[in-house]
Design a protein around this ligand. Sequence first.
Ligand SMILES: *[C@@H]1O[C@H](CO)[C@@H](O)[C@H](O)[C@H]1NC(C)=O
Ligand SMILES: *[C@@H]1O[C@H](CO)[C@@H](O)[C@H](O)[C@H]1NC(C)=O
Ligand SMILES: *[C@@H]1O[C@H](CO)[C@@H](O)[C@H](O)[C@H]1NC(C)=O
Length: 378
Amino acid sequence: MKVAVFVVLALAMVIAAEAFVRIPIKKTESLNSMMRKAGQKYTSGFNLDATSPVPIHDYSNAQYYGPITVGTPAQTFQVVFDTGSSNLWVPSSSCPFTSCFFHAKFDESKSSTYAKNGTTFAIQYGSGPVSGYLSKDTVGFGGVNVENQVFAEITNATGLGAAFLAGKFDGILGLGWSSISVDGIPTVFNNAVSQGLIQDNSFAFYLSKTTGVDGELTLGGYDQSKFSGSLTWIPLISKTYWEVALTAMTLGGKSVTSSVKAVVDSGTSIMAGPTADVKALAALVGASPYPLNPAEYTIDCSKISSVPDITINLSGNMYTLSGSDYIIDAGGICLFGFTGIDIPAPNGPLWILGDVFMRKYYTVFDYANARVGTALAL
Ligand SMILES: *[C@@H]1O[C@H](CO)[C@@H](O)[C@H](O)[C@H]1NC(C)=O
Ligand SMILES: *[C@@H]1O[C@H](CO)[C@@H](O)[C@H](O)[C@H]1NC(C)=O
Ligand SMILES: *[C@@H]1O[C@H](CO)[C@@H](O)[C@H](O)[C@H]1NC(C)=O
């Protein structure tokens, strides 16, 4: 009798402790998807003027994506959950096949909760504009249904290039701060919190290390079973991207950069830093520029076990990337997990801690306390 009561109580406690909801995150991997430019969304100023688009990077980069729904009944889309931008868009049913052929498209006429907005929308990508118009509807993610969400229906995605045309993701859901949302549109996450659908104003990522094994995005909390030890909290230095103070980055004890800012970005798959710094770093570990894009580097796979660790000091907290973390074996060819990108002031110079960092370190993005929490991912 007593035992049974305990079991019920324990179960209730487990449910209470797991107030967050989970979204499975899939990983795709190909050399093609790895060899790309990162971080173009950081190359111009913040969207302080609501009429100027925020540039975002070439999403041929996208490796991690998961499902959302739009409309009633639900229409499903695979989106990149991107902490480095703040808008949601999916392809419109009127997006021509030259742009959106392989992708799920939103059909307004099949949704009873759709409301027209119609305002023209554009995001400036490194390779060109992606455009469409705004609409309003119910957006579901992780079982939570956000009502009256303004999002963009894209009618021209040719700016994303061939990699989007054939890519696995249909759209992008930004998880950055509202301050960088194009047109000042309230973000899906902010609306979910303000509608009382998510209690704790935070989310967290567990990125799978293995293709075919799902990772996890949790909304409204974090999943203790996905990391070891306790979380280390780092205060944000700006509420735009998830930006933290970079105290130092070293290789074998030697400083490799003088820049003092870093952003944690799930939408960038490798690490990115100032071109000159990354060039010198690549030379130190023996990586060679990739002929098709000299800002990226390949490295002899046999060096994985012999290259020195790279240590990153974020506000006094130490992170270590060893060869097996920062050298990516893409089937016999190895990619150095750092690329060069120069982000002008005032945003830059900065480093982008992309999926190479987030695979190793489980990361909690805490809006409520303007901080990120990290722990060694399992
Ligand atoms: C469209 O949405 C934007 C962003 O929320 C809003 O400012 C604007 O008033 C809306 N326009 C219409 C016509 O509903
Ligand atoms: C779509 O966008 C591209 C730029 O990325 C532009 O060159 C092209 O003219 C646009 N197509 C249409 C039909 O507007
Ligand atoms: C990391 O940076 C802090 C300052 O924020 C400094 O006190 C500390 O010595 C640094 N740690 C290492 C191991 O370099």
